[in-house]
Design a binder for this molecule. Structure first.
Ligand SMILES: CC(C)(COP(=O)(O)OP(=O)(O)OC[C@H]1O[C@@H](n2cnc3c(N)ncnc32)[C@H](O)[C@@H]1OP(=O)(O)O)[C@@H](O)C(=O)NCCC(=O)NCCS
Length: 193
């Protein structure tokens, strides 16, 4: 039996203690080019080319809009509630059935270790499992074994290490040993704000 076509995903904002998660716009091109141009960031992501140019960021901006229109993915920039430029990004990329989605995120390097990724991921998980329509049943993330900060973020949000996988980095053109993490909606405890 074939699945019903997915509906477009509405643009929303998610507010946390320190952040607003909002859709990407033109104003985010510069910070995206600068951050994804940094190999410390892009080498830990799967599909980011290096060097990373303004046209790559413009393509990505359109891709985030296409993903939302097709009901497949949701992407948010992380902006401090106090104002100023975005300090990171986070997104959900779903499969055709719309019940399973992969999460991805990055934070501007000067803002690392301030708890922003954990705060954003916790909010995204709550959204995926409760406010989103349709809700997601399984979230997953693939993380290089050499990325302890991201592993820490996933574990802090309740993700479990389920598999060994190999991850490619387009930026470095290498494959590395990685772990696949999963979080299931079933049994998830909705605590905190
Ligand atoms: C991974 C990344 C998003 C983390 O962002 P962040 O905002 O610094 O993360 P947080 O501050 O919320 O949490 C980081 C945690 O890792 C810990 N950590 C940082 N560096 C670490 C290291 N080298 N070894 C072990 N733990 C480390 C921090 O102490 C913190 O844990 P704590 O909250 O228990 O103290 C950021 O480093 C990044 O953008 N990396 C490049 C892109 C990337 O890796 N994306 C994820 C791909 S799966």
């Amino acid at each position: 039996m074939s699945e019903a076509p997915l509906k477009p995903i509405p643009s929303i904002e998610i507010v946390t203690d320190r952040l607003v998660l909002r859709p990407m716009c033109e104003a985010d091109i510069a910070v995206t080019v600068e951050t994804l141009g940094n190999l410390e960031v892009s080498s830990r992501l799967a599909r980011v080319p290096h060097p990373y140019t303004e046209s790559d960021a413009r393509w990505w901006l359109e891709e985030t809009r296409r993903g939302r229109a097709r009901g497949l993915s949701e992407h948010f920039m992380l902006v401090p509630r106090t104002g100023g430029a975005a300090i990171g990004a986070i997104g959900l990329h779903g499969d055709d059935g719309g019940r399973r989605a992969e999460v991805g995120y990055w934070i501007v390097q000067t803002q690392w270790s301030r708890g922003y990724a954990r705060e954003a991921l916790a909010a995204l998980v709550r959204h995926a499992f409760s406010t989103r329509s349709p809700t997601i049943s399984i979230l997953e993330a693939k993380v290089h074994e050499s990325n302890p900060a991201s592993i820490r973020v996933l574990e802090a949000c309740g993700f479990l290490d389920v598999d060994a996988v190999v991850c490619t980095s387009l930026a470095t053109g290498t494959n590395s040993s990685a772990r696949r993490f999963e979080l299931r909606r079933e049994g998830f405890e909705f605590t905190g704000s």
